[in-house]
Write a protein that binds this ligand. Sequence first.
Ligand code: MN
Length: 738
Amino acid sequence: MGYTSDDEKLLDEAYQDLLASCKKICKNDEDWNFIKRAYFLAKEAHQGIRRRSGEPYLLHPIAVAKIAVEEIGLGVKSVVASLLHDVVEDTDYTVEDIEHIFGPKIATMVDGLTKMSGVFNADTSEQAEYFRKVLLTLSDDVRVILIKIADRLHNMRTLQFMPRNKQIKITGETIYLFAPLAYRLGLYPIKSELEDLCMKYRFPEEYKQIKRKIEETEVARQEYIDRFCAPIIETLDRNNIEYEISGRIKSIYSIWTKMQRKQIPFEEIYDLFAVRIVFKALPFPSEKTQCWQIYSSITDIYAPKQDRLRDWISMPKANGYEALHSTVMGLDGAWVEVQIRTQRMEEIAERGFAAHWKYKKATLSQSDDAFDNWLKHIRDALSSPTENAVEFLDNFKLSLYTSEITVFTPKGEQRVLPFGATALDFAYDIHTKIGDKAIGAKINHKIEPITKQLKSGDQIEIITADTAKPKAEWLNLVTTTKAKQKITAFLKREQQNNVENGIAIFEEQLAKYNITLSGRVLRKVIPAYGCINKDEFYSKIGAGIISLDNLEKVLKSSSKSKILKFWKLWRDTDESNEQPSSADHDTASDDGSDEFVIARCCNPLPGDSVVGFRDPATGKIFVHKATCDELNRLASQFGKHIIKEKIKWSQHKAVSYLSGIELRGIDRMGLLLEIIQIVSGDFNINMREIHFGSHDGIFEGQISLYVQDAEALSSLMDKFRQIKGIDSVKRIMEEHRD
Ligand code: MN
């Protein structure tokens, strides 16, 4: 079969080792046969091929399968897919062959793994495209990406056989994408190992130095840990807790990054190690309570550092991590971090995703899961093809590590906020009063709007003003639950206060006219002020949006509205011809012989001086304003169709005419409000729509509204002209009704 006897020996050893690992995942003969078949095919397919180390290639897929089952906790299908992961890529076998032998599920997984390999060009965008392909598999089957991480881990473990240029390329990809991905999928040990391996090849000197120092201090450290743990062990034993306690040293890479970040030597890193307690939780009370009980007994021994308590049990990290971290004052005046977690939490911390799902199935209650949300977010991001690959990747990478950001108060106090938090979130995080009064922020000593999104490491000082208060729009500018809740609470309170004030003000005004508040009164005033219901009406009065200066007029005009003017068009040829007839608001006929149509180009209103133009095609008389340009154009070309007789408006039918007004002026606070008040309050006019724009301090508005006649419109326009800052008020002639 193209393998030497030495090869066979090596392979069989590795394979037996893998099978031993698979004991915990194989349930029946079918499972075993599945794995055996995969091994047989891989062995056949890769025969004669060797890795750079000189070993048979097959050792690689076996190793990947072993990582998948042992270090990630995946199952039988994943072992099979791992064994076959390079078969389609490197040999003559096709995905169809795999499907034929192993079924569609395995074929899809192998296909996913195959698509991810290849494309290894230095070109950035192609590189990004490659990563995008890697990530796309997340949306199909997360197992594929987990196997890819296993594959990467084994390649990193055997990187010494690669030429230098390949080492740089592979470590680059690993540190850029695979380590963050492993972190995000909750695979902490793999993430740390990938980082350490990258450092080993990229910064070998620094790596060796730190490694040596860790080894040199090993004995003293272990002795310290033993002394530190002794009283904890005693109290845990006394409480009959089943547990494991150990000192965990930081990874070389994280020590190195900390040394660089803080500009300190190895000796000054105080949190070089942490003490981890993993215990077997009892069925009762809750795991959380049991963790806190242990926390409590430890802090009876060692004093906790107030601001270094991390409760990732109440609020697990986005990657599913749960634990209680506390830093306590240990022996000899040294701070020591203690991590408390249950065996279940430990498995999730070590195995990440796979363990997470295993436990999740058992406890279906965790519906609002941060990890699920993240996966959903990734799926959404991947399915939106708008971004280019490089942009996409940058955004994606941001979401890998920075699910949380750490920012600082002006005094240097740390605050942890979710990624995407704005200065306003920070303000509310400090104190509700600061959030409610916020108007801006100094971020790293630079003035920024309150909407500015924060980055890790930002130092923020909130600028407040006594007159400031939360606005409804703020709800879209915050991400933290706290800020959302506080803003909502304020708005509700304000609304309630406004309603109460509004009722008081309204009743007081009614009393002036000896009118008592009744449903009849409300039915009259609510629409008159353009409100939908009484809550809106009262709260607008309370907030000062509606002034009741013209209440008397409204109360009276409402009753008058039943005897509105009746308008109709008629030809001034026969004075007796004044029969009321049915007509809608843009057609009218006198005695049935002529049909009048209101011309859309100029939209005349009752009271306007008008001229008729008989459309030769339909025979209808189009009524234009006497000043209409379109009429002039028609008149110059088809003069004979102009109706010689005078067209007059007569009072016939209560109708409203759609009309438009254009306003221009200098923009200022409250201008729009004043306009709306005039329309809806003073004039009892129905507004259909309003467009408002402001640029470079210039206000431009178009209002379309229903008016009864030209007189009403022109008096409304006069009122607009009196508004401070308005310098032009025009009637819009081209009315587009749709
Ligand atoms: Mn591989």
